[in-house]
Write a protein that binds this ligand. Structure first.
Ligand code: HXC
Ligand code: NAP
Length: 283
């Protein structure tokens, strides 16, 4: 779908790039010529992914950092840039989340999710943004949000509030930092199975099946589908796309928001009856 070397001039920082969708983006961007720096808390997972990326011929390295700690981010970016060269693309992908009724949460649980998702995204954007403004280099930021960033969602209130904040940040800086040549885009994914998300959001087969049932295609998204969209959005092909969040959910949000979506459960014989009942009476 993309020409070889599409991202050959890109040096990309992916937060949370050792696992799940971040890892898949690292492979996709790397296979198109980008150099990849990944950053998160677990050193073992980071080094394993970097080893795999290098085996695939991708220039990659890692640094441990907690995105809730601005000084750790700064040190990590310095070290990664020493090895890879100066970043020109940032993927704010790191996240924390779990399903829970709000009333079961402690203040620390709320802080944990707001800290990783909202503050972490702010701190990484601030760190790289300041470098890009000083260097007059421009840059591209892709924020991974969720479909419920715009609607909110029961049972994941801290994540919804944090992702909503990240969406507002995306739109705010799209307007404010365009003058520095810094472009902001976002992706709002629906359901893409990863170990990190499924262990915390769909920990039983029943819950996973119920998530599947909401999707009109009756299948989850594949990582390739997501990473293709991410590639387009960060590429120069999307250079006039700024402040936009693209939903990729197989139609799940639209299908479930619409008033008559529940009719998809009706059978042919139900429709035959309904047709008779709803036709204008003759004579
Ligand atoms: C209630 C919980 C909890 C749970 C943790 N806590 N899990 N409370 N139910 N299931 C509470 C803890 O008791 C603690 O509060 C506080 O939250 C912080 O927990 P820690 O484990 O100390 O924090 P930390 O080590 O920072 O872990 C952060 C985490 C964890 C978010 C809790 O799950 C994590 O590391 N997640 C990273 C990966 C992830 O979440 N991936 C999924 C992303 S999917 P107290 O008061 O006891 O100290 C996504 C979108 C999916 O974002 C969209 C739909 C498909
Ligand atoms: P994942 O594999 O659990 O990815 C989350 C990553 O964030 C992990 O690599 C984790 O690494 C890192 N992370 C968490 N806390 C961190 C911290 N404090 N500092 C640095 N890194 C931290 O889950 P995923 O499903 O791939 O999610 C990736 C992104 O997609 C997230 O933004 C998520 O909200 C979004 N999303 C996913 C789905 C889906 O269906 N999978 C749907 C909508 C949106 P460490 O634990 O090692 O730090």
């Amino acid at each position: 779908m993309f020409s070889t070397g599409l991202l050959k001039n890109r040096i990309i920082l992916i937060t949370g790039g050792a696992t799940g969708l971040g890892r898949s983006m690292a492979f996709k961007f790397g296979s198109l010529g980008a150099s990849i720096g990944i950053m998160s808390r677990n050193e073992q997972r980071l080094s394993g992914t970097v080893e795999d990326l290098r085996k695939a011929g991708i220039n990659a390295t890692f640094h441990v950092a907690d995105v809730r700690k601005p000084e750790e981010i700064h040190t990590a970016v310095d070290a990664l840039e020493n090895e890879l060269g100066q970043f020109n693309t940032l993927i704010n992908n790191a996240a924390g989340n779990f399903i829970s009724p709000m009333e079961y949460l402690s203040p620390n649980a709320v802080d944990s999710i707001l800290g990783i998702v909202l503050h972490g995204t702010f701190y990484c954007t601030l760190d790289l943004g300041k470098r890009w403004i000083e260097r007059k280099s421009g840059g591209t930021v892709l924020n991974i949000v969720t479909t419920y960033a715009t609607t909110g969602s029961a049972y994941v209130a801290p994540s919804a509030a944090a992702k909503g904040g990240v969406l507002a940040l995306t739109r705010s800086l799209a307007a404010e930092w365009a003058k520095y040549g810094i472009r902001h885009v976002a992706i709002a994914p629906g359901a893409f199975p990863t170990e990190g998300a499924w262990t915390r959001l769909a920990p039983t087969k029943d819950l996973s099946d119920r998530m599947l049932d909401r999707i009109p295609f009756k299948r989850f998204g594949t990582h390739d589908e997501l990473t293709d969209l991410a590639t387009f959005l960060i590429s120069d092909g999307a250079s006039f796309v700024n402040g936009e969040a693209v939903t990729i959910d197989g139609g799940e949000s639209i299908a479930n928001a619409a008033q008559f979506g529940f009719l998809s459960n009706l059978r042919e014989q139900d429709w035959n009856t309904i047709r008779e009942l709803t036709r204008k009476p003759r004579g």
